[in-house]
Design a protein around this ligand. Structure first.
Ligand code: GLU
Length: 442
């Protein structure tokens, strides 16, 4: 088995592209196959090396690996050779219509309630007529001559699919400037790289009918096809790659943990519930048969919740270097005290400030604060200090519950809410506890 993920470097990867990459990756790892990362950079104007770099970084972050990378721009001679072969077989023909002419014909067809399909006028041009067009300086674009037969395949997700190519326009494979559109290079590269499974979104189903005809025209065997329903927004709207907030990049910046996104994308739209499963389990559990036929709804809140739950369960060893990189100390004790309070990892910075200071204490009740200093048990502060201390303080002040804990928290942290004080207290340490109760910013 050999699969490919084929992003165009014309923008950042969005969550839908990430899912395509992931489904290919899971399928390949499950079935001992390999993954080709194919950079679809035939559109020279819109393709940018920064985007290619970003694609590599984002896939690396998501931990979706590949075994080989190719760029379509470096394979143009193969695309040209295939085009020549199609021309020699009479299956690729020159057409001279301008975009305006085609648009006019399209509108006329629609007005007459006919399907707006290219009428193959160019196919009827004589050699003399073609020469006349070129004498006027018109460069042709090139169309593939569809068979106008029914193309069928057994899709690994959709089951039996049949498309009548008589209902399609002959696709343009080469623009008037000689550059290739996506359709032919994709087939040529899939052939040359011996791709066995083409796994992509169902927006490519019609392309598949065309591409199957091109495989046949080039005398090649077909790979298997699997088309999954697209991810849509909560209102059912398409996710466009230009929506910045849905880019993998943005998600990373917003603090989504990559393994949570990996798990989310592996299960969304399948018969199994979205859950914090590990990579190996997700690979082992992959099956085309589990991918549903309905569009999968992408829910950012569900993803954020999954990401937070992932953080809550991480051991100190898993985050040691990340804490260090953010200048956060406190070791395992600090991590255990705060991890379940995190929504995003970067929240540790503010929580560490509670320990390190300076905290601007909020003293609501100076009398209670004075009493608290008096009640603080002698000696170093430990995890047991809190319960002894607050029992004693409750007895001496006559306060309990919120009446007692809220002013203490405000004095010690300057905040209304936060991690368990019992665990924070030893980290803050006796001197700072006393100073904050005295109203000092330390
Ligand atoms: N570059 C194409 C896309 O991003 C690839 C489609 C395919 O998988 O063949 O839509």
């Amino acid at each position: 088995m050999k699969v490919r993920f084929a992003p165009s470097p014309t923008g950042l990867l969005h969550v839908g592209n990430g899912r395509t990459a992931l489904i290919n990756f899971l399928a390949a790892r499950k079935l001992q196959g390999s993954v080709v990362l194919r950079i679809d950079d035939t559109d020279r104007e819109r393709s940018k090396s920064e985007y290619e770099q970003a694609i590599l970084e984002d896939l690396d972050w998501l931990q979706v690996g590949h075994d080989l990378m190719v760029r379509q721009s470096e394979r143009v001679q193969h695309h040209r050779a295939a085009a020549e072969l199609l021309k020699s077989r009479g299956l690729l023909y020159p057409a001279y219509e301008t975009a305006e002419e085609l648009e006019r014909r399209r509108k006329r067809a629609l007005a007459l309630k006919r399907p707006p399909i290219y009428d193959r006028a160019a196919l009827k041009l004589s050699a003399v007529e073609r020469a006349a067009q070129e004498a006027q300086g018109r460069q042709p674009h090139w169309r593939f001559k569809l068979s106008h037969r029914k193309v069928s395949w057994h899709d690994l997700i959709r089951g039996d699919v049949e498309i009548d190519t008589a209902h399609l326009s002959d696709p343009v494979l080469i623009r008037a400037d000689g550059s290739f559109l996506y359709t032919l290079p994709s087939v040529v590269d899939d052939i040359d790289l011996a791709i066995t499974h083409i796994i992509r979104g169902e927006d490519h189903v019609t392309n598949t009918a065309v591409q199957i005809e091109i495989f046949a025209a080039l005398g090649q065997e077909l790979p298997a096809f699997a088309h999954f329903p697209l991810l849509v927004g909560s209102g059912g709207e398409a996710l466009s790659k230009r929506l910045g907030s849905l880019s993998l990049r943005q998600m990373r910046e917003e603090g989504i943990e990559a393994p949570a996104l990996f798990a989310y994308l592996a299960r969304i739209g399948t018969s199994e519930p979205v859950a914090l499963a590990g990579r190996e389990d997700l690979i082992a559990g992959f099956d085309f048969a589990k991918i549903g036929r309905a569009p999968a709804h992408f829910d950012p809140a569900e993803l954020a919740g999954l990401s937070a739950r992932l953080l809550h369960g991480l051991d100190y060893e898993a985050v040691r270097l990340r804490l260090h990189a953010l200048g956060v100390g406190g070791g395992d004790d600090f991590w255990q005290a705060v991890r379940t309070n995190l929504t995003r990892f970067a929240d540790v910075i503010d929580l560490w400030r509670i320990v390190e200071g300076p905290v601007v204490p909020s003293i609501e009740d100076a009398e209670l604060a004075r009493l608290a200093i008096q009640c603080l048990p002698e000696g170093p502060v430990s995890e047991n200090t809190w319960s002894q201390w607050t029992l004693d303080l409750a007895a001496r002040s006559g306060r309990k519950g919120r009446q007692l804990f809220r002013p203490l928290r405000l004095a010690l942290t300057g905040l209304e809410h936060g991690p368990e004080l019992k665990k924070l207290l030893p980290l803050i340490g006796r001197d700072k506890v006393v100073a904050r109760l005295e109203g000092k910013s330390v």
